[in-house]
Design a protein around this ligand. Structure first.
Ligand code: BTN
Length: 234
């Protein structure tokens, strides 16, 4: 796959720009920014994006996978890219949060539009805190950083894209899921599922299936497969 990398200094949100102009850009376009003024996270949250992180979005057109699978596959590419660049092992909290040293150091936001049963386009946004030291009070307990030099952000981007390309090529084989599950801190834990700030289910996270759904076994033994929401480990 050929990536066409466009580098910007400051943007509102790399996801928003690619979404607004997806018809204009070719599949494989990667938009990076040193700083985002309106970085967005999942569930309507903002994503703190000072110039000490790597922020980029990848545009794919006519995609066979679903957004959750793309998020899981991208998480694998990010974890491998971080390892290749810094030798640091990270872990993932289902579905899109990457953790290092007990703190969230990266988030992934996949958005897109379906046409019949295919994704007409997908925009996969990745934000990695590389050298951020101080976070706003409301996230300071959970947010962390790789504590590396921002000078390495380009090398990190290249390594993530290299892994993204090879994971995407083999996406149908489901190989990425093995790595994801091996490095997932949610599995075999008791979790509470939260959506729109409301808890709606509790149980043990027993598996992640090929469609990136979290399998929950409730206390009464019922099996539920979850597509969305946040799984808080309790
Ligand atoms: C999350 O943690 O909920 C997802 C965060 C995703 C952040 C990235 S940074 C690049 C891209 N542009 C955005 O506005 N969001 C994503």
């Amino acid at each position: 796959m050929k990536f066409n990398i466009i580098k910007k200094e400051t943007v509102t949100s790399t996801n928003d720009i690619l979404k607004q102009e997806w018809e204009k850009f070719e599949s494989g376009t990667v938009l990076t920014a040193k700083h985002q003024t309106k970085g967005r996270g999942r569930m309507g949250r903002s994503f703190y994006s000072p110039p000490t992180g790597l922020y980029f979005s990848i545009l794919l057109k006519d995609v066979k996978s679903n957004p959750a699978t793309l998020t899981v596959m991208t998480a694998v590419a990010v974890m491998k890219g971080i390892y290749d660049t810094f030798g640091i092992k990270t872990q993932v909290k289902w579905v899109n949060d990457i953790f290092y040293d007990g703190k969230k150091i990266c988030g992934i936001l996949t958005e897109g539009a379906f046409l019949k049963d295919r994704l007409q386009y997908a925009v996969i946004g990745v934000g990695v805190n590389i050298a951020t030291e101080n976070f706003p009070a409301e996230i300071s307990e959970i947010a962390g950083s790789l504590n590396k030099s921002i000078e390495d952000s380009d090398r990190l981007l290249q390594n993530i894209l290299k892994n993204f390309e090879s994971e995407l090529q083999s996406i149908q084989s489901g190989e990425f899921l093995k790595f994801y599950k091996e490095n997932c801190i949610t599995l075999n834990k008791k979790v509470r599922l939260i959506s729109q700030d409301e808890a709606y289910l509790e149980g043990e996270a027993v598996d992640i299936d090929e469609n990136a759904r979290l399998t929950i076994k409730t206390d009464s033994g019922e099996i539920k497969r979850i597509f969305f929401g946040e799984a808080k480990i309790i």
